[in-house]
Design a protein around this ligand. Sequence first.
Ligand SMILES: Oc1cc(O)c2c(c1)O[C@H](c1ccc(O)c(O)c1)[C@@H](O)[C@H]2O
Ligand SMILES: O=C(O)CCC(=O)C(=O)O
Ligand SMILES: [Fe+2]
Length: 360
Amino acid sequence: MAPARVESLALSGLAAIPAEYVRPVEERPTEGVFNLKGGVEAEGPQIPVVDVAGWDSADEDIKKEIRRQVAEASREWGVMQLLNHGISETLIERLQAAGKAFFDLSVEEKEKYANDHAAGKIAGYGSKLANNASGQLEWEDYYFHLLWPENRRDMTTWPKHPQEYIEVTDAYGREIRKLVTKILTTLSLDLGVEEDRMERVLGGENLEMQLKINYYPRCPQPELALGVEAHTDISALTFLLHNMVPGLQLFHDGKWVTAKCIPGALIVHIGDQVEILSNGQFKSGLHRGLVNKEKVRISWAVFCDPPKDALIGPMKEVVDENNPPLFPAKTFQQHTDHKLFKKAQAQAEAQAAKKLNQST
Ligand SMILES: Oc1cc(O)c2c(c1)O[C@H](c1ccc(O)c(O)c1)[C@@H](O)[C@H]2O
Ligand SMILES: O=C(O)CCC(=O)C(=O)O
Ligand SMILES: [Fe+2]
């Protein structure tokens, strides 16, 4: 059975959200939060902002300082906001207009692109399935498709409307692919390994990129729901844009910190694969997405992944007798399966505990 679309629920005008969307008290977005509104004037810690305008500077000191800042953010937060990353404002505006135009279609039109997650076909228009014992759902619909490498794309899974979608999304993907090399080079140099070391392990030309457009409809009870529940990304790196509606939160020093909305910034997450390669020196940050009563939130996540059969473990150069490997080597497929399995298990256990509490 096709899952309910969150957009249809939101448009039905209900005052209270269905029980499957109500989070347990400890997960609710008002608990332990800094800067709930994501305002620029907010006090408290902020996700690091790194200006990379001088990335290709002839001045070695400028390059070293950028490297230091990117590495520090990756070690301490696992996320950063990049300024002057080189992707033009016009391209970003066109990408966002195309994604929005797709989601502006009626749910009925979008259903023509419905994915079939249960059958393993994740590409297309989707919403989370209640595939675990607790039946817990997220307040979002999404569109997901492979963006890179070019020769593995299945264009039948890309939106045909608006007409511009394919051209601008392709152009954005090419720009992101260049930034993947820049970040992986920077991080490799910081670890003292060959500059192309991480990119090679992550598949080089076969490194994959998946695009997920997250669409978070207005929510009548945003204090009870989550758009995306707390997780770390299974990717190596994730690049994120949004429509300037706050909602992304990072878990740092025991509190949730809301990302500031900075015009033109590109958010970069360190994912699990870079954490593993660096033997835990770089952190895959725990994050989640909140929803909003007044505004629809949209974000564009590009997940940069190794091929499914790539074996990823701590690089030999970062391991010695004082720094034993913290992670077993696994193929990317094994990592994904293991994480999904662990999550389902934890949710089943939580549900069993809840039932026990209710019956005693
Ligand atoms: O290839 C990837 C890498 C990732 O890091 C992620 C991904 C795919 O998809 C996740 C996802 C997609 C669709 C859903 O319905 C989800 O609940 C999760 C994403 O969260 C991310 O970790
Ligand atoms: O919408 C956001 O800001 C976060 C989305 C996210 O974490 C994801 O898609 O993995
Ligand atoms: Fe994420």
